[in-house]
Design a binder for this molecule. Sequence first.
Ligand code: IFM
Length: 450
Amino acid sequence: MSATANIEPQLPGDLVVGTATASWQVEGDVAGRGRSIWDDFAEVPGAIVDGTTGEPACDHLRRFDEDLALLADLGFDAYRFSVSWPRVQPTGRGEFRHEGLDVYDRMVDRLLQRGIAPIVTLYHWDLPSELPGWGSHETAERFAAYAGAVAERLGDRVSRWATLNEPWVAAYLGHASGIHAPGARDPGLAISSAYHLMLAHGLGMRALRAAGARDPGIVLNLIPVYAEDTASAAAARHIDGLHNRFFLDLLAGRGIPQDVREATGGFCDWGFVRDADLAAIAEPLDWLGENYYSVMRVARAESPGPGLEAYPGCPSAAFAPREPTTAMGWEVYPAGLVDALQMAATALPGVPLWVTENGAAYEDDVIAGAVRDSERVDYFRQHIWSLLQARESGIDVRGYLAWSLLDNIEWAEGFTKRFGIVRVDPETLDRAPKESALWWKARLADRLSP
Ligand code: IFM
């Protein structure tokens, strides 16, 4: 346990602090939008452990004012939400639905009325079902048209835009291990999807700028990868290549890392790469978001360990998280946040960084109506200390967004894993701020002056 484990950090006055959610995980109101690949995936028996579907989720759209009042009462500066592409363009092609755009227009206005800065993510995994998928160049072009249309409508009021959330997850959990939508298990398609997601990002950046949007950028989930022994160094490098360097090198204008090309040549011919795409992907960023939860420790193993299928072509190895772990089985390692931010700062010098997600799933105790989540409080406290350390070491971190405002649909884990600082009752959907929400309220009230 670190020396600062029980000492409360004081938030710097110039750090923007908020919370984050994502459309499919919280919105509900499925009737008000087209279908996404997550609606299709949720219908596959066993794909989501508890059979959860996108309705009602947290019923966030209908209860937005109540949720916003909570955000404001806790004292947060910013709220990061995602736009559901099929809500504003049901098939991903053709006409935009004004009623869909109106939903987000109202959300932005209400946030601003409360003095909370809206941060918009354009793609948090709910791809319109009718599109051909991320293996296709067309999907990237359609994304840019969609990004431009949303920015035309909201660009005068949104303070910050993320094109994509965690393209590694969308590409590899969706197309290599198949535990996320669309549930494919095709290593070549996973790599082509990662590439076209990044192309969508680059074309989206241009569309956002053309529409006058302020501060466009992207959100990655960079993860420090540590080899446990020399025998696992090659596997660790492979994992680092697919998870981190592929994205950072593309964004920095260095193209595809040569070792990644070579290690995947057996199942991917890379014939989809075009010079013009690479230039678009390297469009300068106004900021980069890092979603940090944990690290990866890679140990030698005779046969591939669970989860390794998400890194096609990886030499045999196993993940070896150390205790303590969260309910997701993810190691709690606050120092890794500094390593992740340093990785981004080194690859993309001069680009301001934000921690766009950070948080933990735990079983909460409900005692006489109060929700005790002291492990989550400890997690936040320790990670804020790490963030302060990163800033002290000169890394330009401008914002921090806790994941998540609400207990929501944790993708394939359904409602079985809770990340919220506000509890959502499984039966009534009633909201109850947890101990961690009150901890944030105290930290925000006690922040240093700018
Ligand atoms: O719930 C997800 C979120 O949608 C993306 N980042 C990680 C979170 C926890 O798994």
